[in-house]
Design a protein around this ligand. Structure first.
Ligand SMILES: [Zn+2]
Ligand SMILES: [Zn+2]
Length: 281
């Protein structure tokens, strides 16, 4: 941390959902950087409950969020955090949470985005008419209720989602209202994915933060700018048994966030025949 170009710098984080609790200690410990919250309506950039659709990818949105905090506070340094739930990028039969964190530093023209993927997520929903109480209770257990909050909305109809529910009585009452207000008499019960109500997600945000601080502590060998790290990869790692190229990475490309310096690191390994298009079509 000695010599960290971020020592004494205060970055602003645009969040309404307590994400500073996953990131602040990491930034201070590894970079000597402070973190403050910028009061910004980040829901304007998209909500998990669908009232506002996100425009663009999570990777674009995380940089936009960092810039939003900078614009509101006038600070040249901003941090952003954005999550995406969907199929696991490597094992698409599993649900996954991909968390992105970004640092934007206009003092030096630096934008660094890091991400972490976790198959541990409670991203799930149940469509119910509310009468099958055991199914409702089983779902709540499965998503880690009440340590994790839930959301209730009508399947079809104008009703807004009721969010942040952490008491059983509130969940059941909201289900009753949503079913009554839905054209087909059914409601959707889902995990609340907002970070402050979802400790599982908060852990993945912290993992992404770990990767970000590690990267910001790595200087470019060519120009000494912070943020040297992985930029991409190339697939085609040969199968261990027959040598056929597989989708696994054969080269990792590391690069600088500021200058054109790139480093190609071949992977010293062979792919498992289980992922080979010839051995295991
Ligand atoms: Zn460089
Ligand atoms: Zn093979």
């Amino acid at each position: 941390m000695d010599g960290s170009p971020f020592r004494g710098v205060v970055a602003f984080l645009a969040t309404m959902h307590g994400k500073q609790w996953a990131l602040r200690a990491l930034l201070r410990r590894h970079l000597g950087m402070g973190l403050r919250v910028a009061q910004v309506d980040t829901d304007a950039l998209g909500t998990f409950t669908g009232e506002v659709a996100r425009v663009g990818s999570a990777r674009e949105t995380v940089v936009r969020k960092a810039r939003l905090g900078m614009a509101v506070t006038g600070s040249p340094v901003g941090l952003g955090s954005e999550g995406a739930f969907g199929p696991h990028p490597v094992a698409p039969w599993m649900p996954a949470d991909v968390e992105y964190v970004a640092l934007v530093d206009d003092r030096s023209g630096l934008t660094v985005v890091e991400s972490a993927v976790s198959a541990e997520t409670n991203h799930a929903h149940l469509t119910t008419d509310g009468r099958d109480r055991p199914a409702v209770l089983a779902f709540l257990r499965r998503v880690g209720f009440p340590h994790h909050a839930v959301v209730v909305r009508p399947v079809a109809g104008p009703g807004r989602p009721e969010k942040g529910l952490r008491r059983l009585a509130d969940v059941l009452a909201a289900l009753g209202r949503a079913c009554a207000g839905s054209a087909d008499g059914r409601a959707v019960l889902a995990a609340d994915l907002r970070a402050h109500l979802n400790p599982t997600r908060m852990r993945v945000i912290a993992a992404a933060g770990q990767r970000l601080v590690r990267r910001l502590a790595t200087a470019c060998p060519a120009c000494a700018a912070p943020g040297f790290g992985r930029l991409g990869s190339e697939g085609g790692l040969p199968c261990r048994d027959c040598g056929t190229p597989t989708p696994h990475d054969v080269v990792l490309i590391h690069g600088c966030a500021r200058c054109p310096y790139r480093l190609r690191r071949p992977v010293a390994d062979l792919a498992d025949p289980g992922s080979c298009p010839r051995c295991n079509p």
